[in-house]
Design a binder for this molecule. Structure first.
Ligand code: ADP
Ligand code: MG
Length: 489
């Protein structure tokens, strides 16, 4: 149950953001699941959280918990219980400085739109902490500002359990190298790649490894999101000095999802200064983003150029062998007995995202344990088929890229790379064209499969090929031959 709930939290975090998870879901747990009646029972800490979740997140719950439990008709029941265990979990989401107050333990942080009338401070013993939003403006009550801002390093993300393959070897090698020589080799290290491909894992691994090697070093992991909130609060409460100190007195800063700084002018300004101070003192800076620095929209160009000063390393979509290796490693870690043919099947089915790969593994293992069976290929087929996912799409995309690469004598990694010279660009455009024509995958999935590109790049490429086809009949013949090959593969 815990495994499924943890998986659910990961999905909600990706979809609704970490604040939603921290505020509403961390103190909840999946108590039981009855496949016969399709009834999942959730344990919630109080009536308020129960109602809030039902009013705001019921669809998310049904969709994702349903997927994880492999049912389309999930029913949910909420049991209110300020259990000891729950209270303990709730404690972990509360501001560090207030956790000693037992009355506050089960109180959620409420997020309101700014136009919402701000309730007068309540004199009740237990008033909720209020957080109000409007773009960059964020007003946080005194108690909420006490919340610990530096996110802890996640001990689950280590180099040991990071599987290295051609898709991530550069980023991995660079990440490891900086741990051996903090601030001296690649500064900053900029890691970019599509979602769910291991950027956050690598960043935590760098932090964990650095502390392991030298516990005296000060390491700070931060997402751009929390940095923005922290910055706004520092202005609001006139605590700019403390803010600067927090960020400028570290030996290693790990800045995740830097793309969220886009269009946040003032926060960028502050980030720029922090960057300069750290850089000049040869402190190590590690940044991650979903795209190459130049492609981050709404980011000052002086910041973009600084981000390229050190090493820019990408993480690509993993090939099938790496996916199998990751599945094997994850199943060992979770004590799941996963037959080889099932690992191959999952790896072929899940196209481009390691988070989804893990999700598929968890779904299958949950099904196996709920039905008291061993994992088998037949079961995996059934579980993953029921989810209405495109069946052979993963295999299809792999085949297409392989066939196109062979026809043009190009490397698959070159097609996925950011190289832009004319020959490889053409091969890439044809790959996009054939993927759109022959698979049922969305433009987004296709883009992410071919080196984490966005859908507009794919549309643009397809348009180019169509224009060429209109004037170049030999290209048409070539593409037909590739189509034949793909169908026969
Ligand atoms: P991102 O930050 O790029 O969106 P994450 O680092 O959150 O992706 O990775 C998503 C999940 O996939 C995590 O659970 C992570 O442990 C796992 N993962 C990603 N890459 C690897 C890898 N190479 N080896 C093992 N697990 C991986
Ligand atoms: Mg991440």
């Amino acid at each position: 149950m815990q495994l499924i709930w943890d998986e659910f939290l990961k999905i909600i975090k990706a979809e609704a953001g970490s604040q939603v998870v921290e505020t509403w879901f961390k103190a909840v747990c999946l108590e039981s699941w009855d496949p016969g009646s399709n009834l999942a029972t959730l344990r919630v800490p109080n009536q308020f959280v129960s109602r809030w979740i039902q009013d705001h997140y019921i669809e998310l719950l049904k969709t994702h918990l349903g997927r994880l439990l492999n049912t389309h008709t999930i029913r949910l029941s909420f049991e209110i219980s300020p259990q000891k265990e729950n209270a303990q979990r709730a404690r972990t989401i509360m501001p560090a400085s207030v956790i000693h107050d037992p009355e506050l333990v089960n109180e959620p942080i409420i997020t309101l739109p700014l136009h919402h009338p701000r309730p007068a401070p309540s004199s009740a013993a237990n008033p909720p902490v209020l957080v109000q939003h409007k773009s960059e403006e964020l007003i946080i009550s005194d108690r909420a500002t006490k919340k610990r801002v530096g996110s802890a390093l996640n001990p689950a993300y280590q180099f040991d359990n990071f599987v290295v393959g051609p898709s991530n070897s550069l980023a991995h090698a660079a990440a490891y190298a900086i741990c051996e020589n903090i601030g001296k080799v690649y500064n900053p290290l900029f890691i970019y790649g599509g979602t769910g491909l291991g950027k956050t894992h690598l960043m935590h691994a760098i932090g964990n490894e650095t502390i392991k090697r030298n516990p005296a070093l000060r390491v700070r992991y931060e997402t751009a999101d929390t940095f923005i909130n922290d910055f706004i609060n520092s202005i609001r409460y006139d605590r700019s000095d403390q803010f600067r100190d927090r960020y400028q007195t570290v030996d290693l800063i790990l800045f995740d999802d830097i793309q969220f700084l886009s269009n946040k002018e003032q926060t960028q300004e502050s980030f720029f200064h922090i960057f300069n101070v750290l850089y000049e003192q040869q402190k190590q800076i590690v940044l991650s983003s979903d795209t190459f620095p130049k492609e981050i929209h709404g980011l000052q160009s002086r910041l973009k150029s600084r981000m390229e000063w050190g090493l820019v390393a990408d993480i690509q979509t993993p090939d099938i062998e790496t996916k199998i290796a990751i599945l094997t490693k994850k199943s060992e870690a979770h004590h799941i007995s996963l037959p080889e043919d099932v690992a191959e099947f999952i790896a072929a089915r899940v196209v481009s995202n390691i988070r989804e790969l893990e999700g598929a593994l968890i779904r299958i293992s949950a099904f196996a344990s709920l039905t008291n069976q061993h994992i088998s290929l037949e079961m995996a087929r059934k579980v993953l088929l029921n989810l209405n996912e495109p069946k052979r799409e993963g295999v299809m995309l792999e085949t297409i890229i392989k066939v196109v690469a062979k026809h043009y004598d190009a490397g698959i990694n070159d097609i996925r790379s950011k190289k832009r010279h004319q020959d490889i660009s053409l091969v890439r455009q044809i790959t996009f064209y054939l993927m759109k024509k022959m698979s049922n995958c969305s433009l987004q999935i296709i883009g992410s499969f071919v080196g984490g590109r966005d859908h507009s790049t794919v549309i643009h490429a397809i348009g180019k090929v169509e224009a060429m086809l209109a004037v170049d009949p030999t290209l048409g013949i070539k593409i037909k031959a590739m189509e034949q090959d793909i169908l026969q593969s």
